[in-house]
Design a protein. Structure first.
Length: 204
C-alpha cells in the first residue's frame, strides 16, 4: 500500500499572499528561492515548496492570479458597460492610484512594474501573465474610448488606439510616482488634468 504524503504544515493561501508581497517588492528575478522559503508560511522546506508549487515560476503564476483577483480589480470600471466611458477611465485611474499609494503592501502596481525591469531577465513564460494582464487593460481602455466615439462624446475622427495609449501611459507611470513617494493628492490632481484630454473639442 502506497504511503500517503505528509500533510502540509502551512496555509497555502497565506503563503501565496506572502510570496506576492516579495515578488511585488523585488520583482521575479531578484526574489530568491531562499527568500521565498523563509517568507512564506513562517518558513517551508525545499521539498515542501516544490511539492506545493512545482517551481518558482509555478508559484509566481499563482501569485499573479491572486494579484489580479484582488489588487488588480481596480481596473474593473473600464470593463463595466453600465458606466459612462469617461467616468470608467477616470474611476479606474483613481482607484489604481489609491491602491498603489496605500500602506500595507509595496508601492506601485505589480503588473506595471513588469515593464520596468522587474522581470527583465525572466523567460517569456514568466512574463506572459503580466503581458496578458496589460493587454487586457489596454483593450478595456480602448473599448471605453470607442464607446465614447460611438456616443458622440468624442469626435468621430478620434484615433481610439492613440487616445487609449495616452491613458495607459499614465496608468503605467503611476507606479514610478508611487514608488518615488509622490503624494496621492498630486496624482489624483494629475488624473483630473489628464481627463481634460477627453473634453477637448478636437482630438486626433
Amino acid at each position: 500500500m502506497a504511503q500517503m504524503g505528509r500533510p502540509r504544515t502551512f496555509d497555502r493561501a497565506r503563503a501565496i499572499d506572502e510570496a506576492m508581497l516579495l515578488f511585488w517588492e523585488h520583482g521575479y528575478d531578484s526574489t530568491s528561492l531562499s527568500q521565498l522559503k523563509a517568507g512564506i508560511g513562517g518558513g517551508i522546506t525545499a521539498p515542501s515548496f516544490y511539492a506545493a508549487f512545482g517551481s518558482k515560476e509555478g508559484l509566481f503564476n499563482e501569485v499573479v492570479d491572486r494579484y489580479l483577483d484582488t489588487y488588480g480589480r481596480v481596473m474593473d470600471p473600464v470593463f463595466d458597460p453600465d458606466l459612462a466611458p469617461r467616468d470608467a477611465i477616470a474611476s479606474a485611474l483613481k482607484l489604481s492610484a489609491r491602491m498603489q499609494c496605500a500602506d500595507g503592501h509595496p508601492k506601485g502596481c505589480m503588473v506595471a512594474l513588469g515593464t520596468m525591469g522587474a522581470c527583465a531577465l525572466a523567460s517569456d513564460s514568466v512574463r506572459a501573465p503580466l503581458d496578458t494582464a496589460r493587454a487586457r487593460n489596454r483593450a478595456g481602455l480602448r473599448a471605453c474610448v470607442e464607446r465614447g466615439i460611438f456616443a458622440g462624446e468624442l469626435p468621430a475622427q478620434t484615433d481610439a488606439m492613440e487616445l487609449a495609449a495616452v491613458f495607459e501611459s499614465f496608468l503605467l507611470g503611476i507606479s514610478t510616482l508611487a514608488r518615488d513617494g509622490i503624494a496621492l493628492k498630486v496624482i489624483e490632481g494629475a488624473i483630473d488634468r489628464l481627463m481634460l484630454v477627453w473634453d477637448a473639442p478636437a482630438v486626433r
